[in-house]
Design a protein around this ligand. Structure first.
Ligand code: AMP
Length: 644
C-alpha cells in the first residue's frame, strides 16, 4: 500500500486532490506515487484534463493493464481456500486460466453462504469482505449476494469520477448549475454473521465515499443527502422532487439510475404536484414528512413562501398534456441521465414524450459484481450506445456465444429497442474457451466473465454483449440482453423457468375446477407507469373444449399465486417499491395461439421447430393476442416480501 508523498494520503483521504498527474501506463501500473491500492490512479476529479488523460491511458494500454490486474488479483488471493484448491501455490496466469473453472453463482454460493454465516472471508478474498451486495439477479428465488471490500468503494468512486470529464467533453457549462438526480436507498438486512446485505447503490450512497465526497463543481445535486438516504421511499421521493422544483432555474440535467425509476418520479409528480405547489406557496413542508433529516434540509431549501414559483409550476402541471413537461418545469435542462439500454429500452418512447426531445444519456454499465464500462459517446441515441470496459476494474474474459431465434436462424441484433424479431431468442454457448479483452472480434457476441478484486474468479455475469468498435485499444460493447431473462419492468429479472414455475402453481387452482390451461405467453406492459406483467392464457373446459365460465375471484387468486411464486426482487418491486403494478391475466379465445403461430411462421419461424414463445415483444404479435381477449383479471393484493 503506497501513500502519495505529495498531499494525498492514499488510504486515509483517498479522494484528496493530487497535483501529480499520472503520465503513462507505467505510472498507472507500477510504482506510481499517486496511485491508490488496487491499481487506481489518484487525481483531482475537478481536473477534466487529468481525467481524460487517465481514460486515454487506460484505453491505450488495455493489454498491459489487464495482465497487471490479473497478476495483482492472483498474487493477493492465491492463498485463499478457493484459489489454493486450483492453483496449488502457483501464481501463474496460464495455470489460472487452465485450472480455475468458469463458474456460475450456484458454484460459489456455498462460499458466500459460509461467509454470511460467520466463516472468515479469506476463504475467497485476502482483503476482508465488509458487506454482501444483494443483486437483482436471483438464485433459488432470493437475491444473489456479491462480496465487497473497503477498497472496492474507492474503485467505484474512481469510476464515477471518470464519468465527469466524458460528459464535460460533450456538454458545456455543467459547472454552472445543478443535477436533479433522484437517487434512493433500499432496505438492508444483516447476515447471521453481522455483515450488511444490501443493494450496491444503497451501499454506495451510505458510504463515506459518497457522503463525504469532496466538492466537485461539475457534480452538484439538488437533492440533499438526507433526502437520498431517507429509508421511507415516499418521503424521499417527495422531498427530492420538492427540492428539484424549488431549484428549477439551476437544474441543468435531470435523471435517475434507471429509466423506470425516473418515470416513476414523473408519475409521482403527476399524483402530487398540487401538494408540492402548496408547500412551495406557503414555505412549509407537509406534516406527513416526518423524517427529521428530510424536514430540516427541505425547510432550508424551501426557505420562504414562493407564491410566484408555485403559480408557475401549477400552470405547467395543470396543462392537459404532459408532453415535454421536463423542459417546461426545468427549462435549462440539457439532457436526461438514465440507463435506457437493455431491458430499459422499453421506456425510450415514454421518456421522449415527457422530455420534449432532450437527449437520453446512459452513462455507465455496472453491476453488484463489479463496475464495468463507460459510454464514451454519451449523446448517442439509445440504440447506438456502447460501453467501453475500463481495464483496471477487473480482469475480463469473454465466452463466445451465438444468438439465435426460436427457429434457429441467426438472431438479428436489436438491443431490445426494436420490437420485431425478438421472440424466443436464445443464447447458445459456442465454446467453453474464453477470450481476453484485447482479443474480442468486431460484431461477435460474448457472455461476460469477470475476475474481481473482491473474490469472484472467472464468474459468469450472465450479460450478453456485442463488440461494436474500439476506443484506442479498448473494445466497446453494446449491451444485448441478459441471459435467460424474459420479463423485466424495473430491476426484476424473470426467466422463462421462473415464469413456468409460477404459472404451474397458479394453474392448479383452475384445474381443480375442471379447467385446463392449454397455452400461455406473457409480456411486460409498460404503456402506463408503473408497468406490469401480463399473462395471456388460453383456457378450455375439461372434456367439452369450450371456453369455461370464469369466476373472477378464482382468476384473481391465480394472478396472486403467480405473483407469490415469483422471486424476491419481483415481490420487492411490487410490494415495497411500488415499481411494478398488479399482475394481469388476459384470457383469450380459442385458436388464439394458432393465430400466434401463423404469425411467427409468417415472420420466418420454422413450422417443425415452432415452440410458443413464453414472452412476446413484437407489437404485431401483442395485437394478435389482444384482439382476441375475452376477459381480464388483476391481482388484488401485493405479494409477501421481506428482506433476505
Ligand atoms: P445488479 O446485479 O442488480 O446490480 O444488476 C446488474 C445488471 O443490470 C447487469 O448485469 C446488467 O444485466 C444490468 N445493467 C446494468 N447496467 C446496465 C446498462 N447500462 N445497460 C443495460 N443493462 C444494464
Amino acid at each position: 500500500m503506497r501513500a502519495c508523498p505529495i498531499s494525498c494520503t492514499a488510504v486515509k483521504q483517498p479522494f484528496s486532490t493530487c497535483s501529480r498527474k499520472p503520465k503513462d501506463v507505467n505510472q498507472m501500473t507500477r510504482g506510481n506515487p499517486c496511485q491508490l491500492p488496487g491499481m487506481l490512479p489518484n487525481y483531482d476529479p475537478n481536473d477534466n484534463e487529468a481525467g481524460m488523460k487517465i481514460l486515454e491511458d487506460l484505453t491505450e494500454n488495455v493489454e498491459q493493464i489487464q495482465q497487471r490486474v490479473l497478476e495483482e488479483i492472483i498474487t493477493r488471493n492465491a492463498r485463499t481456500d478457493y484459489l489454493k484448491g486450483f492453483l496449488d501455490g502457483q501464481f501463474d496466469k496460464q495455470v489460472f486460466k487452465k485450472t480455475v473453472p468458469v463458474v456460475n453463482y450456484e458454484d460459489i454460493k456455498p462460499y458466500i453462504e459460509r461467509i454470511a454465516n460467520g466463516d472468515s472471508s479469506n476463504i475467497i478474498s485476502a482483503e476482508p469482505i465488509i458487506e454482501l451486495l444483494t443483486s437483482s439477479g436471483t438464485s433459488g428465488g432470493q437475491p444473489k449476494m456479491m462480496p465487497s471490500t473497503a477498497e472496492d468503494l474507492h474503485r467505484k468512486t474512481f469510476f464515477y469520477n471518470l464519468l465527469v470529464p466524458v460528459m464535460n467533453k460533450y456538454v458545456d457549462g455543467l459547472d454552472e448549475g445543478k443535477a436533479m438526480y433522484l437517487l434512493f436507498v433500499k432496505p438492508e438486512t444483516k447476515t447471521p454473521s453481522g455483515l450488511m446485505a444490501r443493494p450496491v447503490l444503497t451501499s454506495y450512497y451510505k458510504s463515506n465515499n459518497f457522503q463525504n465526497r469532496p466538492f466537485n463543481r461539475f457534480n452538484v445535486y439538488t437533492s440533499p443527502d438526507e433526502t437520498i438516504l431517507c429509508s421511507d421511499s415516499k418521503q424521499s421521493m417527495y422531498c427530492q422532487l420538492l427540492c428539484g422544483l424549488v431549484q428549477r432555474q439551476e437544474v441543468l440535467r435531470v435523471g435517475a439510475v434507471f429509466a423506470s425509476a425516473f418515470l416513476r418520479a414523473i408519475k409521482f409528480l403527476e399524483d402530487n404536484w398540487k401538494e408540492l405547489c402548496s408547500n412551495i406557496r406557503t414555505g412549509h413542508v407537509s406534516d406527513w414528512i416526518t423524517d427529521p433529516g428530510c424536514r430540516k434540509v427541505v425547510s432550508l431549501v424551501l426557505n420562504k413562501p414562493k407564491p410566484e414559483l408555485a403559480d408557475l409550476i401549477e400552470h405547467e402541471c395543470s396543462s392537459k398534456s404532459w408532453e415535454g413537461i421536463i423542459k417546461k418545469l426545468w427549462p435549462r435542462t440539457k439532457y436526461i441521465e438514465v440507463i435506457v439500454t437493455g431491458s430499459m429500452a422499453q421506456y425510450v418512447s415514454t421518456l421522449e414524450y415527457y422530455s420534449g426531445g432532450l437527449p437520453l444519456v446512459s452513462t455507465m454499465y455496472a453491476s453488484s459484481e463489479c463496475y464495468f464500462g463507460i459510454n464514451f459517446k454519451p449523446l448517442s441515441k439509445p440504440w447506438d450506445v456502447s460501453y467501453t470496459l475500463i481495464p483496471n476494474m477487473a480482469y475480463f474474459e469473454f465466452l463466445p456465444v451465438k444468438e439465435k431465434n426460436e427457429d434457429g436462424a441467426q438472431y438479428v441484433q436489436c438491443n431490445g429497442v426494436c420490437k420485431e424479431n425478438c421472440m424466443g431468442k436464445e443464447t447458445e454457448k459456442e465454446d467453453v474457451e474464453t477470450v481476453e479483452l484485447v482479443d474480442v472480434k468486431l460484431g461477435q457476441y460474448y457472455e461476460l466473465v469477470v475476475t474481481t478484486f473482491t473474490g469472484l474468479y472467472r464468474y459468469r455475469v450472465g450479460d450478453i454483449l456485442m463488440v461494436t468498435g474500439f476506443h484506442n485499444k479498448a473494445p466497446q460493447f453494446r449491451f444485448v440482453h441478459r441471459r435467460n431473462v424474459v420479463l423485466s419492468v424495473d430491476t426484476d429479472k424473470t426467466s422463462e423457468e421462473d415464469l413456468l414455475k409460477a404459472v404451474t402453481k397458479a394453474k392448479v387452482i383452475v384445474e381443480s375446477l375442471g379447467i385446463l390451461l392449454i397455452e400461455y405467453t406473457s409480456y411486460a406492459d409498460t404503456s402506463s407507469i408503473p408497468g406490469h406483467y401480463v399473462l395471456f392464457w388460453e383456457l378450455t373446459s375439461k372434456g367439452n373444449n369450450h371456453l369455461p365460465v370464469l369466476d373472477p375471484k378464482i382468476m384473481e387468486q391465480c394472478c396472486s399465486t403467480v405473483e407469490e411464486s415469483l422471486d424476491s426482487v419481483y415481490r420487492r418491486c411490487r410490494r415495497k417499491d411500488n415499481s411494478i403494478g398488479p399482475l394481469e391475466i388476459r384470457v383469450v379465445q380459442h385458436g388464439t395461439f394458432d393465430a400466434l403461430m401463423d404469425f411467427c411462421v409468417s415472420q420466418g419461424s420454422s413450422v417443425n421447430q415452432y415452440k410458443t414463445p413464453r414472452c412476446i415483444k413484437s407489437g404485431e404479435a401483442i395485437n394478435i393476442l389482444d384482439s382476441r381477449v375475452v376477459a381480464r383479471f388483476f391481482s388484488q393484493k401485493a405479494p409477501f416480501w421481506e428482506p433476505v
